[in-house]
Design a binder for this molecule. Structure first.
Ligand code: ADP
Ligand code: MG
Length: 233
């Protein structure tokens, strides 16, 4: 069977700095793959090459066997590729529920400027997404009142709005307490196990990596230097 994601011989240099050097790996549906390595190893650059923020010097990225190089973010989103929303992309003055409704508007290709007229927009679906990340009880709170870990869960709900098959998460638990980390990763694992979501993530806490990743790729100085499967899972 064709893997959901195929990364083939990706390379990217910034001036004389070979940030990513001939990186290849596959990712299957229902798999959680951790990309680890020291700062500057090329992890974020690899993410940017996969999600289209950067164009590679060489190599290819395939989704279900088809190249997704050069596709715009909305085209990738339609194909089921999602990345976690960053903090800045939650609207602090809106409620938690309204933020998810905004993400649904965006997933449907509609403009945020429609928002004022669209307050009832897909309310039930938005609540369902909040239930998935266990934030439904806070649906009516303004985002600025949320604890940091809850903001991250809201960002996860927003990135699930386009029903992704592939979720790309570069340091999803940065800045979280150990408890918040475990809670978020448990939620994501649940989605992987129940919905066959594929997840590529970076993470500094080795506890989190060993507990949640099915497979681990180790990167250093732009290249993949090791790979291991967690047999016990
Ligand atoms: P990691 O995420 O593993 O910490 P990065 O992918 O961010 O590593 O960085 C890999 C290398 O590429 C580093 O040497 C970094 O300084 C360099 N780099 C990353 N992004 C850029 C950029 N936009 N311009 C120039 N150099 C960059
Ligand atoms: Mg990084």
């Amino acid at each position: 069977m064709t893997p959901l994601l195929q990364v083939q011989h990706l390379s990217k240099a910034f001036g004389g700095n070979q940030a990513v050097n001939d990186v290849s790996f596959d990712l299957k549906a229902g798999e959680m793959l951790a990309l680890i390595g020291p700062n500057g190893a090329g992890k974020s650059t690899t993410f940017h090459l996969i999600n289209g923020q950067l164009a590679p010097d060489a190599g290819n990225v395939l989704l279900n066997g088809n190249s997704i190089l050069g596709l715009a973010p909305h085209a990738l989103s339609r194909l089921g590729v999602s990345r976690t929303f960053q903090m800045a992309q939650t609207f602090a003055s809106l409620t938690v529920l309204e933020n998810v409704q905004m993400a649904l508007l965006s997933a449907d290709g509609l403009d945020f400027s429609l928002w004022r007229k669209a307050a009832p927009y897909r309310r039930t679906d938005a609540l369902h997404l909040l239930t998935q990340v266990q934030l439904d009880s806070q649906a009516q709170r303004p985002c600025h009142a949320l604890a940091y870990g809850d903001v991250k869960r809201l960002e996860l709900a927003m990135s699930l709005a386009n029903q992704p098959r592939l979720l790309l998460m570069d340091e999803p638990t940065a800045g979280m307490s150990p408890q918040e980390r475990q809670a978020l990763m448990n939620l994501i694992r649940g989605l992987v196990d129940t919905q066959g979501l594929a997840v590529l993530f970076t993470e500094h806490s080795m506890d989190v990596v060993f507990e949640h990743a099915h497979r681990i790729l180790v990167m250093a100085r732009g290249g993949l230097i090791a790979q291991r499967s967690e047999e016990r899972r």
